[in-house]
Design a protein around this ligand. Structure first.
Ligand code: GLN
Ligand code: ZN
Length: 755
């Protein structure tokens, strides 16, 4: 009896082996053979982990050198023209990363995760052909190792739905051609073995879709199931419910439906339909997105609820999504607090959970060892509930008794007080906070963390950096200065390290895109800010200049969205605790005469729910908590916020409701288009649109920036505008930054002389 199922496994390697070998290859230190060799070792290791954990359904084709969507573009032969002349790995990696001949394809977020995929480019002219042996080869590779896999594919509807049209044509107009290619592939697959399971990922269906797209399900899957009798076809969705799609899928001859019951609990509403259609249900009950140890008692009752409708022999237990979104293993976390560690499960530990849970649920014989593992799970979860580490009564009381939840006076009144106090001119110039993180700065931090240098030596370096940074900004004539963030490795980690309730791992890397990984902090307990976090450095910077220095904080929603968050409390409550901490910092800053403070919400948009039905609730608590974080700011304390490039169109009024005095936005690549949307809704607060793209080493000319500014003042009155670059100066080097900012300030001068 086959009873448990893993949707997909991470591939970067538990020591980021794939990242390292790829980067060596890209920098031409080694050839592609070496990359291939490491890839083979990784695949083998990951298959064996799953086999050892007694996983019944193990995937092939979940590996990728860069990204699965890109692999699918190659598979379907939908190569954009500019890469046509290139071959093999040169073609593959130039599509992902660009080269001197061809611009890279666009990259964007995979649903609401921090994983990014390469966006297929489709036009009327796009042609398709079966163009890769990867799927077949990977299956054979596993089989040679004695592992019979199920094959993972991105479903045709999701593929086209996530593609971008470069000529405004409907990407779905290609559905028939794409289905033909998949049929050809399925035919090849059917020759591989007597019986094969093929998983089509169709997460597109967790979004709100119009009926036209839903109506593609039946014809598409009738076709795909018609090709070979020995293929069992699974369709899986994840990250939300997909009830509208389920209603259609039950009328197709697919074998099984994989649904997420963690982030899509409403999938429970469709159990009867699934039962009536006699389909197998692959029930995603082990969290593929978070890192907490499963609570077996809760999981069991969820499964029992499902089993009230669907008979047990039609249930397979699985992860809620691919495990791509969690780190590999707890094995290397020697430094992590033992108690906290006992509450965690990363990908490898989740395999064991899945296997144990399925044995228990299906009443299979448990060994003594397995019985005690289940017992330990229950104990660990109980201990977590009552742990003093998690609960901070002082903070809970403080939050309960909070009276002030937002700033006392209206923007219209505040801004007058602020203009009086700061006396800044129209088109005031500033930056978004960071300045280049030099090699010296990074080494200084590393040496200090490794106790190789004293605190004094470390701080001396930081001060030197701030001195230089301030004097450069003064010299070129910026209006509002920043200290440059040399003491910060990362805008969330820096604050997390100073707040109670956060833990940091040594090795919990998660793939973000290509070879890039992130290591999010864990929020395990009540968040408390005991001491000032930024006051000294900001004060130091201010002591070096008579101009205004803007303090720099990360906002509560962004800290939350870039962490693994505890699952025993609503996210809104965790955000509230963080907000209270940030609020205390704002107050200490203003009391130290730092009266202009930026609270970055770089990841505000990122946290939006996938379904419209949940948006209002998110917006409410996200806005409320931001407002709480700045609630103590006095009238003449000016609060800035910042957001990175994203789809702002629908949320401008929400941004306005956050009640900051000034927002800077990353927008250089879109000219003044975005600003027009702000104008359309009569946005009232001040805005600093990024006037040049910092993601490129190119130094923008003065003339170019004059033009850009002219385009901006055409849209909004100059009194409402600030002038700044896009965010992320920390990723550039000093010569580029210096020249670019000099040009930016000169451009503003030219504009002012003209008027
Ligand atoms: N203050 C941060 C910086 O300038 C903001 C980073 C961001 O927007 N992602 O780097
Ligand atoms: Zn940004």
């Amino acid at each position: 009896m086959q009873k448990n199922y893993v949707l997909g496994f991470p591939r970067i390697g538990e020591k980021r082996e794939l990242k390292k070998v790829l980067e060596k290859y890209w920098s031409k230190q080694i050839g592609f053979e070496e990359v291939k060799y490491v890839a083979e070792q990784l695949k083998k290791r990951h298959w064996n982990y799953q086999k050892k954990a007694k996983i019944d359904f193990i995937s092939s084709n979940d590996f990728s050198y860069y990204d699965n969507m890109l692999d699918t573009t190659i598979l379907l032969g939908a190569i954009p023209k500019r890469f046509e002349k290139l071959k093999d790995e040169e073609q593959y990696f130039s599509m992902a990363r660009g080269n001197d001949k061809a611009l890279a394809m666009e990259m964007t977020k995979w649903f609401n995760t921090n994983y990014h995929y390469i966006v297929p480019e489709i036009s009327k002219e796009t042609t398709f052909k079966l163009n890769s042996k990867k799927v077949i080869n990977e299956y054979k590779e596993a089989k040679e190792l004695g592992i019979k896999t199920k094959i993972n594919l991105i479903g045709p509807i999701t593929y086209l739905g996530l593609s971008k049209s470069i000529d405004n044509s409907d990407t779905f107009s290609h559905i028939n051609k794409v289905v033909e290619i998949y049929k050809e592939l399925l035919l090849e697959i059917s020759n591989l073995d007597e019986e094969i399971v093929v998983q089509f990922d169709e997460p597109l269906f967790v979004k709100d879709l119009d009926s036209k797209i839903l109506s593609l399900i039946k014809p598409t899957y009738d076709q795909l199931t018609s090709i070979a009798k020995n293929i069992k076809l699974v369709v899986s969705t994840y990250f939300e419910h997909s009830n509208e799609a389920t209603k259609n899928f039950v009328n197709t001859p697919i074998w099984a439906l994989g649904l997420d019951f963690i982030y899509g609990r409403k999938n429970l509403n469709c159990l009867n339909l699934i039962k009536d259609s006699n389909k197998v249900l692959i029930a995603g009950v082990i969290d593929g997105r978070n890192i907490w140890k499963s609570n077996f008692e809760e999981k069991k009752s969820l499964l029992e609820e499902i089993a009230k409708v669907i008979k047990k022999e039609n249930i397979i237990i699985s992860t809620s999504s691919s495990l791509l979104h969690v780190p590999f293993t707890l094995n290397y976390e020697e430094k992590l607090d033992e108690q906290i560690k006992s509450w965690l499960a990363f990908a490898c530990e989740k395999l064991n959970e899945l296997s144990l849970l399925s044995k228990q649920f299906f009443n299979l014989d448990l060994s003594l060892e397995e019985k005690s593992a289940i017992q330990k799970n229950i104990e660990d979860n109980n201990k977590r509930k009552t742990s003093t580490k998690i609960h901070n009564n002082k903070i809970q009381e403080e939050l309960k008794n909070l009276k002030v939840l937002q700033r006392a006076d209206k923007f219209e009144d505040r801004i007058k007080a602020q203009r009086d106090y700061f006396k800044y001119d129209y088109l005031a110039t500033t930056t978004i906070g960071s300045f280049p993180q030099t090699k010296e700065i990074r080494e200084n931090r590393k040496n200090y963390k490794a106790s190789l240098i004293s605190k004094e030596e470390y701080e001396k370096e930081i001060k030197k950096y701030i001195d230089d940074c301030i004097s450069f900004q003064e010299e070129i004539g910026l209006d509002v200065l920043v200290h440059g963030e040399p003491e910060r490795n990362d805008m969330v980690e820096y604050f997390g390290e100073m707040l109670d309730g956060f833990a940091f791992t040594k090795n919990a890397w998660v793939q973000s895109y290509g070879s890039r990984c992130v290591k999010p902090p864990l929020i395990y307990g009540d968040v408390n800010r005991e001491n000032p976090m930024t006051v000294n450095w900001t004060k130091y910077a201010q002591s070096k200049t008579s101009k205004t220095v803007k303090g720099m904080l990360t906002g509560p929603v962004t800290i939350l969205n870039w962490s693994f968050v505890r699952d025993d409390m609503p996210r809104s409550e965790v955000a509230k605790q963080i907000a209270l901490g940030i609020c205390k910092e704002v107050d200490d800053l203003q009391n130290a005469e730092i009266k202009m403070i930026q609270v970055d919400e770089a990841a505000f948009k990122e946290g939006y729910p996938l379904r419209k039905e949940n948006i209002a609730e998110y917006e409410k608590w996200a806005v409320d908590n931001f407002k709480l974080s700045i609630s103590c700011a006095k009238s003449n304390t000016q609060i800035h916020t910042h957001m990175c490039y994203s789809q702002f169109n629908d949320i401008i009024k929400t941004i306005e409701a956050m009640d900051a005095d000034v927002i800077s936005i990353e927008t250089a690549r879109s000219g003044n288009k975005l600003l027009k949307i702000f104008k359309e809704v009569a946005y009232k607060q001040e805005i600093g649109p990024g006037i040049y793209d910092i993601h490129s080493p190119r130094v923008p000319s003065i003339e170019e920036m004059v033009k850009q500014i002219e385009a901006l003042v055409e849209v909004l009155p100059k009194e409402q505008l600030w002038i700044n670059p896009d965010c992320g100066l920390k990723t550039r080097n000093w010569p580029e930054v210096k020249q670019s900012l000099r040009n930016m300030v000169k451009a503003v001068q030219i504009i002012k002389e003209k008027t």
